[in-house]
Ligand binder design. Structure first.
Ligand code: SF4
Ligand code: SF4
Length: 288
């Protein structure tokens, strides 16, 4: 590893970056202009993907069904838009102190439609949205699991991401080879509303990495009262499911089966999971 990359990584760790990966811009070949990093910064050489974990304790109130705002702030709103954003800009300033331009990017939903007109004939309409989950796969940070969420070897589905586009030519991080998801389908089995009911799956291939992803009925997830939340940025975006029963079941499964590095002295799910039906009536889930 060259000295600059080493120093950059050390700085990032000091700033409590939990996840870090480097995708050379060539790994985005074939991505449409409306989602391509070069549409924002044509000189981009590297897309840096960085993330902070959602601490497991942040999910506790939702798992017990007694406190949902802890997750709403420390797992979603504050974590993304305050804590991680501060970390991202700190890392960006490090790059700019070293004469490399650094464009910080939030994890905004790629489903957001354009809100303006192209300012030149060859350009896409603003705003270009780079898909952070997709970029994380290209940067070797993780994979798309069967549940449709990003899984990392360190934290499973427990993280928030942002990106930095830079003209600094970092060495590429290897694409993740060893799968995190074992297709146990606990996410599907524990969904009380049948969002996985079609049983269909599709192969998503990114940079030659093929991942089996379930067909999820997100219209059902939008009505889910099992810890899911509306997309915090735009109504067109997919709902946030990282605190939902499906994804909490994934957290529990990945820890019990030793498939993630960040493990704990005590199991995550200690009692039968609560669930609510489509009109919000609660019951306890039989073990599945
Ligand atoms: S619960 Fe199992 S199948 Fe679903 S995403 Fe997690 S590991 Fe994959
Ligand atoms: S968010 Fe709710 S409805 Fe959607 S898959 Fe998860 S548990 Fe099921």
């Amino acid at each position: 590893m060259d000295k600059f990359t080493q120093a950059f990584k050390e700085f990032a760790v000091e700033k409590r970056v939990d996840l870090l990966g480097f995708a050379p811009i060539e790994r985005f070949d074939g991505v449409p202009a409306k989602h391509h990093p070069k549409s924002i910064f044509p000189e981009t050489k590297t897309v840096i993907v960085l993330g902070k974990r959602i601490t497991r304790g942040t999910l506790r109130g939702v798992e017990e069904g007694t406190q949902f705002d802890i997750y709403g702030q420390y797992g979603l709103s504050w974590l993304s838009d305050r804590m991680l954003a501060i970390t991202t800009i700190a890392v960006a300033t490090y790059l700019e102190d070293n004469r490399w331009e650094a464009v910080p990017l939030q994890d905004l939903p790629p489903q957001i439609p354009p809100s303006g007109v192209p300012v030149k004939p060859e350009l896409p309409a603003p705003n270009v949205m780079v898909d952070a989950k997709d970029a994380a796969v290209r940067a070797g940070v993780g994979e798309i699991g069967y549940c449709g969420e990003l899984l990392t070897p360190q934290y499973g589905p427990r993280q928030r991401l942002q990106m930095i586009l830079t003209d600094a030519p970092f060495a590429a991080s290897p694409i993740l080879e060893k799968p995190v998801c074992d297709k146990c389908k606990q996410c599907a089995k524990t969904c009380p509303l049948g969002a996985f009911a079609s049983g269909k799956e599709k192969a998503v291939t990114v940079c030659g990495k093929s991942m089996a992803v379930a067909e999820v009925d997100y219209a059902i997830c939008r009505r889910c009262q099992n810890g899911a939340r509306p997309n915090p940025y735009h109504g067109a975006g997919l709902p946030d499911r990282l605190g939902a029963l499906c994804v909490r079941s994934c957290v529990d499964h990945l820890e019990r089966s030793n498939r993630v590095e960040n493990c704990f002295s005590n199991e995550f799910r200690k009692r039968p999971a609560w669930q609510c039906d489509i009109i919000g009536r609660p019951s306890l889930q039989q073990s599945v």
